[in-house]
Design a protein around this ligand. Structure first.
Ligand code: AMP
Length: 447
């Protein structure tokens, strides 16, 4: 599919061509047509999937096609996003895509003087990109009215909640007209996000891009079993084994991230934590210290880690195993980038064994006796001939590769890896983990 196959107007097709985009990404393919029809969307996609264009293009088109109210331009579209960086990125997309239209847009965020933002608002804007705090400030001062908003985007909803913006969102929602289009995007869809979405969306179209279930070849992965109380020592030992390596440690909770940072610092290992409860300034300082080497261990929650833009991370540690197995793939994908060798070590308690099983199932890896994770060896050839048992039908997997692996092994031929590997010598093949699947779009377009 190309952008011309989507029902987009010429100036937008030209703009994406100028950006060098040859084909819409899966989220764009799924989201643009229903969004152009004015439908609400519940989009599960994270940064890097092309989601910004997926909501910006249809909104720009609808703004361009709707008759413009007379007088000073009212704000007709609002994009709410949690951080200044994201706000700036979205505004840049608007600038790139709206070049061939007469749509005016502007971005407002905190931490800088409000004067230029207020001046831009006074001139009239069609599309406003905003972070919640500054938006409410300017609404309070009478510089912004949301009474004419016909299109509302809530971007990175899970990060919004993680950063404590739920109260701001609750204050902003009643300022918007009841009749509007809402596009709701979140990288993850836990219950609290779904509950929030259900209060805001009307008969939404669901669009989603599942995270890549792939493990790059340059990452060597392993598990160290440690009970909860012993994990601190295990982490200290691990970090001390690789004194030269900048290390990213993932913690499931914000509180846990702070605690790990304190434990490491007390043990003489400079560490900083970043998560949604930290101020932007504190997060930036932690990142700068990590980049400069002033601290060599950074502890992050999953959501905060998305903002980390460091290409070369030699060591990633999972202090806790993630609840969602796809998150494991994302976490370890922070190392072994750009052809560099990377190491990912996960600390796993007895209680976390079921989570480990889920990871093994998703990635197709198996646990070796020494704790390394490796690709499962192929199943022995099936007996042929008239008396051979019928081959089991391949089980549908979440992507093609997994289905093929399932078929090759035969249904039920694979014992539970974590328990089985130690006792079964035939399973002790040492292979490098390999890529097991590509970025797999899921076309979950329930209406
Ligand atoms: P996003 O997920 O919106 O942050 O986009 C991630 C990156 O993908 C940005 O650098 C975009 O410029 C780029 N991008 C968005 N759509 C496409 C596309 N259809 N083809 C190639 N790159 C794209």
């Amino acid at each position: 599919m190309t952008f011309s196959d989507l029902p987009l107007i010429r100036p937008l097709v030209d703009a994406v061509a100028q950006k060098g985009y040859a084909h819409p990404t899966p989220i764009q393919e799924q989201a643009i047509p229903p969004a152009l029809e004015g439908r609400d969307l519940l989009g599960c996609a994270q940064t890097g999937t092309g989601k910004t264009a997926a909501f910006t293009l249809p909104i720009l088109q609808q703004l361009a096609e709707a008759p413009r109210p007379k007088g000073r331009r009212p704000i007709r579209a609002l994009v709410l996003t949690p951080t200044r960086e994201l706000a700036i990125q979205i505004e840049e997309c608007c600038r790139d895509y709206a070049g061939g239209t007469d749509i005016r847009h502007c971005v407002i965020f905190g931490g800088v003087s409000q004067r230029p933002q207020v001046d831009a608002l006074r001139r009239g804007v069609d599309l406003l990109v905003a972070t919640p705090g500054r938006l409410l400030d300017l609404v309070g001062q009478g510089h912004v009215s949301l009474a004419s908003v016909a299109h509302f985007v809530l971007d990175e909803a899970d990060r919004m909640l993680d950063m404590g913006f739920i109260h701001d969102i609750r204050r902003i929602l009643p300022l918007l007209p009841e009749r509007r289009q809402t596009l709701f995007f979140s990288a993850t869809m836990p219950d609290d996000i779904l509950r929030l979405a259900s209060t805001m969306l009307r008969d939404p179209v669901h669009v989603s891009v599942t995270p890549p279930a792939s493990v790059v070849e340059t990452i060597s992965q392993s598990i160290r079993f440690a009970e909860k109380a012993d994990k601190k020592e295990a982490l200290i030992a691990l970090v001390e084994e690789r004194p030269e390596a900048a290390t990213l440690v993932f913690s499931r909770t914000k509180h846990g991230a702070d605690r790990i940072a304190r434990i490491l610092t007390r043990a003489g290992i400079e560490a900083r934590a970043i998560h949604g409860d930290k101020s932007q300034g504190a997060r930036e300082r932690a990142m700068n210290d990590f980049r400069s080497g002033a601290c060599r261990v950074l502890i992050a929650t999953d959501i905060a880690a998305r903002g980390i833009d460091i290409s070369e991370l030699p060591l990633v540690v999972n202090y806790d195993l993630p609840e969602v197995p796809e998150t494991y793939v994302h976490r370890i994908g922070r190392t072994g980038r750009a052809g560099h060798e990377g190491v990912a070590v996960s600390l796993c308690s007895e209680e976390e064994r079921p989570l480990l099983q889920q990871i093994l199932k998703l990635t197709g890896l198996q646990l070796e006796e020494d704790g390394t994770l490796a690709v499962a060896p192929p199943a022995p050839p099936k007996p042929r001939g008239p008396h051979a048992p019928k081959a089991a039908a391949p089980q549908p997997g979440r992507n093609g590769e997994r289905s093929r692996q399932g078929a090759a092994r035969g249904k039920g031929s694979r014992p539970a890896p974590a328990e089985a590997s130690a006792s079964d010598p035939s399973r002790r093949h040492r292979h490098r983990p390999r890529r097991i699947g590509a970025h797999a779009p899921s076309t979950d377009r329930r209406r």
